[in-house]
Design a protein around this ligand. Structure first.
Ligand code: HEC
Length: 111
């Protein structure tokens, strides 16, 4: 490689790889928020009624999410509208619902 291009390659790599790193950390942040919604922010907490190993949840009123392995869309629908005995969580923002749906689907091994 000629001297002229020496500085270009690292710069090019940075430009190419930075979006990948950002995507990964955005996903981590979403998962962290989702876990928080699951264990702390939802009222009543999802943990009271559902088992989900990753969250240390052992509730047995609703189905075990580890066994059910719901998709993110399934979780979001249940949380927004309620289902059976499970209440609708109307106080949660779209961001919180989206995050908890992504978290549960991921933690339950759906993705
Ligand atoms: C008061 C107890 C209770 C709480 C709190 C609760 N759930 Fe549920 N959940 C249930 C019950 C009971 C069912 C089964 C309902 C049925 O099928 O009739 C259920 C079903 C579900 C399902 C399956 C939906 C489907 O399509 O079959 C998902 C996913 C779920 N809950 C996620 C959550 C999440 C996430 C939270 C917290 C935001 C939460 N639940 C909070 C009791 C609860």
């Amino acid at each position: 490689m000629s001297l002229r291009y020496r500085g270009v390659l690292p710069a090019l790599l940075t430009v190419l790889l930075l979006p990948l790193a950002q995507t990964a950390s955005a996903d981590d942040a979403k998962l962290a928020l989702g876990k928080k919604v699951f264990t702390e922010q939802a009222m009543p907490s999802c943990s009271i009624c559902h088992a989900l190993q990753d969250a240390g949840a052992t509730g047995a009123i609703g189905p075990s999410l580890d066994e059910l392995k719901p998709s993110a869309a399934q979780v979001a629908t249940a949380v927004r509208s309620g289902i059976g005995v499970m209440p609708a969580f109307t106080a949660l923002s779209d961001e919180q619902v989206d995050a908890v749906a992504h978290y549960v689907a991921t933690a339950a091994g759906r993705k």
